[in-house]
Ligand binder design. Structure first.
Ligand code: FE2
Ligand code: FE2
Length: 181
């Protein structure tokens, strides 16, 4: 699967739009992991290895910044502003944070197995099964997690956040990218 990030579709004036752009990358790289994991541990092709390495790197380096954007820049502002019209979104935030934590050991396991695959060029049947299971559980979680953020949380944030909140959030997001990728 060709891996291309390309220019973001949204700008820093639209921080929740940028978060949605990140979701498209999460989905793309999960798809790459699923494609590699569906091969049953057979010898990796050159393209498969490139795709796997890019996806593992994304989930190691970039995806944690997305979680920080939400947990440190977006959710606290929403909690501070509060208000009854945002109650449905606010009620979801703790569960979303829990899902970020829930995914961490699964990402670590996918990374461990994926690195092994890259090093060895193939996986045993048991390792291949573990990789497929791990990636499948992550993909199932992210489908619902992303839907909840994009259908409930981000629309509420767009309504709640003042332009200066959005600007401050965008500055923090840009700072996270400057601080090492
Ligand atoms: Fe999230
Ligand atoms: Fe997200």
């Amino acid at each position: 699967m060709p891996v291309q990030i390309g220019a973001p579709a949204h700008s820093f004036s639209d921080p929740t739009g940028l978060l949605s752009d990140c979701h498209r990358r999460i989905e793309m790289f999960l798809g790459a992991l699923e494609a590699v994991a569906s091969g049953g541990g057979a010898r990796l092709t050159e393209e498969g290895a490139r795709s796997l390495a890019a996806a593992l790197r994304y989930f190691r380096e970039a995806a944690p910044k997305h979680n920080a954007d939400e947990e440190e820049s977006l959710f606290p502002r929403m909690r501070r502003i509060g208000g009854p019209e945002a109650a449905a979104a606010l009620a979801r935030l703790a569960a979303l944070e829990d899902e970020h934590r829930w995914a961490e050991p699964l990402h670590a396991e996918a990374d461990r197995l994926g690195q092994r695959y890259l090093a060895e060029g193939r996986l045993t049947a048991a390792e291949a099964e573990a990789l497929r299971d791990t990636v499948g559980r992550l993909a199932a979680m992210y489908r619902e997690h992303i839907r909840m953020e994009e259908e409930v949380v981000f629309p509420a944030a767009v309504r709640m956040l003042a332009p200066e909140d959005k600007a401050a959030m965008a500055r923090e997001m840009a700072g996270r990218r400057r601080a090492g990728g």
